[in-house]
Write a protein that binds this ligand. Structure first.
Ligand SMILES: [Zn+2]
Length: 563
């Protein structure tokens, strides 16, 4: 028998379908939105705000470095501990929650899809195992491909077709979703205790980060990939990096997208919008970044906004973590992934009494408020780097209330009035815009709107968040509270959160992309790949690809090859 649900009397924000605060019923049958239902369970939303399930474009929730972060910070583990309940397993961790806490806390915020954006290909099994273990959320993960020896070989040779054959192979081998770039060339250089500017040659490979980024964008567009390349550029977190950021965007300006989307997603842009030459004359350059994004169509961004307080930073950008450790003197760990990538971890405290942190806090919000088109912007904290994802409701309330921003700024370092734009920005986002930067736009950036995510049109996945506020609510504290704990979250037609408590925890699905490469190109690429396994990898070629068992609830997206 069909399982039916009718959500009555909600005020719906569904930007992909142009629905802006309309009183509208939502009919659900067998996990999908349908036109009508016959014998449904009725859920009365009583005038509350209703949105599609949230879609997070970038949060580090699973895999080797996340798990190392848990082990590395027992103090953080204790901070987030919660006992098991009838529906939930025991939780631990605040900035690096365990898999269960990750699923439950996202669901409580009305999120139903999260992208893990940095999978070392060699550690793909571990990443998928953690994603399997993360309840409720649908998910996907993007393999790191930019510091890879095979990639750099083909960038050097200038053969974009063979590079495309390789990325197709590795995305398939890892059950990944696209192409992730993190400090291109810089993480490989870090194995030689160096780092890379955009135009420095990578030691022993004689290719530059600029060449890597452009070639990967071209190779990605050889297929009808749902998502563009996903780029964490060079010199993250360094004063004066905004010019290199704009140069990086410019690299792909002429690359033609095979789908109706940008050709580059620039991630956690707050960390790349810095002026000055040292931490002494550090200042916000969010306006320069926003102007560029306003005047161009080939780049989307996510914020990487700062949540004040203690967190754990972790990234494949090994040299960046080392320089952060040098600044703070706090514990630090670093890791090399053979032939592919690396990572580092160090704890960090963002304080509103420190000028640099205050400016970082301002920059994330400036980007959201100065970029005119919300479809180009995604709300993230680069969880956990600029703060844990449970801080999203704080950000939402800030973006919706100038008064709240002003009150917070008044308590912070005075640098905010001299070196940031935020105090002079009056814009307040409305619920429609919040729905775009947290689900509709993020689903589009990831190409998931075509696969039932980020909207509530007919045939969409019945992922729905009902927030315990009416559209008229102006109290920033109440808005924050509502976005932290939904009245109801519905995932695939099933109520999973009720009155802010998790009541059911079904397994999520893993979305992955299969680029369909011309077999002749794959054959041509293969000898080089097999040579790498024979001479350098500590695993064999046959043992490398992730078996189907690691994706027990699969959702496959095929990406045909183009010209
Ligand atoms: Zn990240």
């Amino acid at each position: 028998m069909a399982i039916e649900l009718l959500i009555k009397n909600g005020v719906v924000y569904d930007p992909i379908n142009g629905v802006n605060g309309e009183k509208k019923d939502i009919c659900i049958r067998d996990g999908k939105v349908v036109a009508e239902v016959k014998n449904p369970t009725v859920l009365d939303a009583k005038g509350r705000v209703v949105m599609p399930g949230g879609v997070d474009v970038h949060a580090h929730i699973a895999g080797g470095k996340v798990n190392s972060g848990r082990l590395f910070r027992p103090e953080d583990g204790r901070r987030g501990s919660e006992p098991k309940t009838t529906a939930c397993r025991a939780c631990s961790g605040y900035s690096v929650p365990n898999t269960f806490a990750t699923g439950y806390r996202y669901a409580k915020m009305g999120y139903t899809f999260v992208m893990e954006p940095a999978m070392p290909p060699l550690a793909a099994r571990h990443t998928h195992e953690e994603l399997i273990d993360t309840p409720i959320l649908d998910n996907a993960t993007i393999p790191l491909i930019d510091n890879n020896w095979m990639t750099m070989d083909y960038v050097k040779s200038g053969d974009i077709d063979l590079l495309a054959a390789y990325i197709a192979w590795i995305i398939k081998a890892t059950k990944g979703y696209g192409v992730k770039v993190v400090n291109p060339g810089g993480t490989e250089a870090w194995a030689w205790a160096k780092n890379c500017d955009l135009n420095d040659a990578v030691p022993h490979f004689d290719v530059t980060p600029a060449e890597i980024v452009k070639a990967l964008a071209e190779a990605n567009e050889k297929f009808e990939m749902p998502h563009s390349i996903h780029v964490h550029g060079n010199m993250l977190g360094h004063p004066g990096n905004y010019e290199m950021t704009l140069d990086t965007y410019d690299l792909v300006k002429g690359v033609k997208a095979t789908k109706d989307r940008p050709v580059m997603h620039a991630t956690h842009t707050q960390f790349f919008a810095y002026g000055g030459t040292t931490w002494g004359d550090f200042e916000s350059k969010a306006k320069a970044i926003a102007d560029y994004v306003n005047n161009n169509e080939h780049v989307s961004i996510d914020l990487g906004s700062v949540i004040l307080g203690d967190t754990t930073t972790m990234t494949a950008d090994g040299p960046m973590e080392y320089s952060l450790h040098q600044i703070t003197g706090r514990k630090w760990t670093n890791h090399d992934v053979e032939l592919e990538t690396g990572s580092g971890i160090t704890p960090f405290l963002y304080s509103g009494k420190v000028s640099v942190h205050t400016l970082q806090w301002a920059i994330g919000m400036e980007l959201a408020l100065l970029i005119k088109d919300p479809w180009k912007v995604a709300l993230t904290t680069d969880h956990p780097n600029a703060g844990p994802f449970v801080g999203y409701p704080i950000l939402i309330s800030m973006l919706m209330s100038k008064k709240r921003r002003d009150e917070s700024a008044a308590d912070m370092h005075s640098a905010i009035y001299k070196k940031a734009e935020l105090p002079s920005i009056d814009r307040e986002l409305d619920l429609y815009e919040i729905a775009i930067i947290t689900r509709a736009g993020t689903a589009k950036i990831l190409g998931l709107d075509a696969h039932g995510k980020g909207h509530l049109g007919l045939g969409a996945d019945a992922d729905v968040a009902i927030y315990d506020i009416t559209p008229e609510e102006r109290d920033a504290g109440k808005i924050q509270k509502a976005f932290l704990n939904t009245k109801y979250t519905i995932k695939g037609g099933q109520v999973v959160v009720m009155d802010g408590e998790v009541v059911a925890a079904p397994a999520g699905r893993t979305f992955f992309v299969t680029p369909e490469c011309d077999p002749k190109l794959t054959e041509e690429m293969m000898p080089n790949l097999k040579d790498k396994f024979e001479h350098y990898y500590s695993v064999t070629f046959a043992n490398y690809p992730v078996q189907d068992a690691y994706v027990p609830n699969p959702y496959e997206i095929k990406a045909p090859m183009r010209g």
